[in-house]
Ligand binder design. Structure first.
Ligand code: DSN
Length: 456
């Protein structure tokens, strides 16, 4: 028999007692996060409430369909939590229609195509090596295999080439134009791209996965009055669980009165089965947090921290794409030290407990797997409470490591790249500068606990 006390006990039962193997891996991951600086700009630290909702009994439920129109019984609570998430998202973003069921960002974008395009239609998005996303038309992705992809690019200065977008749009008459990126450091030109889309009669979809938190926090302008469709993940600057949402704007409904139904049908039954109700519950919690006034302070602090990070790096001799940033991420250009240096710097920073990712830079002289840049940012360290003072220290440490490691190692031109990287890794880990920075990082992290209330 399940009474409330049993349920509470069950809910709180630690995996420690039932599965020591998994428990020990989770414990190691908590330690890694707690003792390091998470600076991958698409990652964050969710609240304990978000974690709690994500680990709730909703994971047991099947709810194919939408609130009050389900294919299974027992959905009164799933209806309530999904309706609540939808209402919060509508209020937060100022849109008339929201679907909170996409499993993650790529399925959300796939649904947008499925809703408004036929296979073979022409679509445009930012080229992946220029910072764009796989699902915006990169050649190996469904978005270029099933649609005719005409990518646009950034200019040599790193900003989106709006003249090129206009020229390509007039020539190719796309059905859909995307705005959004994984590695773009300036505010998106939503208004200008929306005008181009209108001129050629295209749908305009803004994928705000990276900057959703900055937008709802008032640190960046919203695309809602310019786009027909807005997609976003929920786990980046929005600081929710892994998941995604698709929004239809009033402009979208004015263009196509059926657009909301088309999006909903594309998600279910078009592409997905049962929604992840535990994810929906956690999204509702995160949206509730984002509606609070303190979230605006958080969003603005992310940007302030990132501007400080960029300035510190440049003051210490590091080159940045576009010489800085407007958002939550920086793209370090390592080509002053040679090509393909990203992997050595990523490994050295990893050894110093600073987690970043190697990334292509515009016109990268190397390849996406061995790129010449580093992408890093401030959402997660801002969630831990770090401000400009801490970020200045971190920026100096990163610059020290780059200057120590990047000139010291060169990628072989032949097929021995992976063996070479593996062979120099132990030396990089033991490097005196890397070791000193690691000690400093661990000391700093101890003052900003990941979850002050968790026992790890
Ligand atoms: N993987 C995400 C990122 O890191 O930006 C994009 O899908």
């Amino acid at each position: 028999m399940v009474n409330e006390t049993n349920l509470t006990k069950f809910f709180n039962a630690s995996v420690k007692e039932t599965d020591p193997e998994v428990s020990s891996i989770i414990k190691s991951e908590i330690k890694r996060m707690a003792e390091g600086l998470e600076m991958i700009p698409s990652e964050n630290v969710v609240s304990l409430s978000v974690l709690n909702a994500l680990g709730s009994v909703f994971t047991n439920k099947y709810s194919e369909g939408y609130p009050h129109k389900r294919y299974y019984g027992g959905n009164e609570n799933a209806d309530s939590v999904e309706s609540l998430a939808i209402e919060r998202a509508k209020k937060l973003f100022g849109v008339p229609h929201v679907n909170v069921q996409p499993y993650s960002g790529s399925p959300a974008n796939l649904a947008a195509y499925f809703a408004v395009c036929e296979p073979g239609d022409t679509v445009m998005g930012l080229n992946l090596p220029d910072g764009g996303h796989l699902t915006h038309g990169w050649k190996v992705n469904f978005s270029a295999k099933y649609y005719k992809s005409v990518p646009y690019h950034v200019k040599p200065d790193g900003y989106i080439d709006l003249d090129e977008v206009k020229k390509l749009a007039l020539e190719n008459k796309p059905k859909l134009i995307w705005c959004g990126a994984t590695a773009y450091v300036r505010e998106f030109p939503f208004e200008e791209l929306g005008q181009i889309a209108d001129e050629v009669g295209a749908y305009f979809a803004a994928d705000i996965a990276h900057v959703a938190g900055l937008i709802v926090g008032g640190a960046h302008k919203s695309p809602v009055s310019h786009a027909h469709i807005v997609t976003t993940t929920t786990h980046k600057t929005l600081r929710g669980p892994r998941g995604a949402m698709i929004m239809v704007t009033q402009k979208g409904l004015d263009k196509d009165a059926e657009l909301a139904q088309k999006i909903d049908k594309a998600i279910f039954p078009g592409l997905q089965g049962g929604p992840h109700d535990h994810q929906t519950a956690a999204i509702a919690v995160a949206l509730g947090e984002a509606l609070k006034p303190e979230f605006a302070d958080y969003a603005k602090q992310i940007v302030k921290n990132n501007i400080t990070l960029g300035k510190t790096l440049m003051d210490n001799g590091i080159k940045l794409v576009t010489n800085g940033s407007d958002n939550h991420m920086q793209l370090i250009d390592l080509t002053q030290y040679g090509k393909g240096k990203g992997v050595f710097v990523q490994n050295a920073l990893d050894a110093a407990h600073i987690t970043v990712n190697k990334n292509t830079i515009p016109s990268d002289p190397s390849t996406p797997f061995y790129p010449s840049g580093i992408r890093l940012g401030t959402p997660a360290i801002t969630s831990r409470g770090m401000k400009e003072m801490e970020v200045t220290l971190i920026g100096k440490w990163i610059a020290e490591i780059i200057k120590e490691i990047a000139p010291a190692y060169d990628l072989p031109e032949d097929k021995t790249k992976a063996q070479y990287i593996e062979s120099v890794n132990p030396e990089i880990k033991q490097n005196a500068v890397v070791q000193r920075v690691k000690q400093n990082v661990m000391q700093l992290c101890s003052k900003f606990p990941l979850y002050a209330t968790l026992d790890y």
